[in-house]
Design a binder for this molecule. Sequence first.
Ligand code: HEM
Ligand code: HEM
Length: 200
Amino acid sequence: MNNPTVSPTADEAQRVLPQELRYGSVAVGFHWVMVVLVVIVGVLGLLHDSWPRATQGFWINIHAMVGLAVWVLVMARLGWRLTHRPPDLPPDVGQFSQRLSRPVHALLYALMLVIPAIGIVTFIYHGRIFDFGLFQVNFHVHSNRRIFHPTENVHGYLAYGLFALLGLHVLAALWHHFVRRDAVLLRMWPARRAGSEAGS
Ligand code: HEM
Ligand code: HEM
């Protein structure tokens, strides 16, 4: 596997995927922490109406806390990304994937920035108080249905859009790995060897 124009197969890649084709350990860390938090916030969002009335406020606050963590993490990730160029895709990845991956990733980032922002407006205009455990943040806003009703709808629709896009994203990653058997998934997989450089 010394030919630089052909990316390794999935079996080979684990051993030979060059460092310049991998995301750095910081980017990989951001990605997988983001995955865990987005799954938690999404599941909590979908369960909003299932909680008993007595505990609904508690769970919506937890949803808001995890959603805020996603927001901060995505901003930190984008800050890191601006100063750390992502690795080029392996050369044998098709034109279609090359063209599609950038706008899809950009849209994922955009949704993960916009959804929490609209969630914050919805939360505040529900008259809710952010409870961070050690302290609370109260905007002293009375519940205003004319504002929170439409923003809650938009927040929900965009979240469903995010889930659909993430479904495609995950299917694409699995398709690359198990059908095309190229190195795309391994680029974002934590490297086995210790001491990989932090980067993009
Ligand atoms: C990426 C992050 C987030 C995702 C994926 C997400 C997802 C969702 C989903 C799926 C729903 C249910 C929508 C429906 O039933 O139609 C929801 C509701 C809601 N979310 Fe989020 N959310 C996120 C972040 C946030 C943040 C940061 C806040 C507030 C700080 C927030 C506040 C709310 C509120 C207030 C509701 C309505 C619940 C209610 O009062 O009935 N969300 N969210
Ligand atoms: C909540 C779930 C997920 C979110 C929010 C998410 C988000 C993202 C984002 C924003 C990127 C672009 C990284 C960048 O260039 O800055 C990315 C890349 C990537 N993700 Fe995910 N992802 C999720 C789940 C997954 C899962 C479950 C897999 C694997 C099965 C996966 C595999 C990948 C791979 C392989 C890349 C790199 C693609 C490339 O080389 O161009 N992702 N993801």
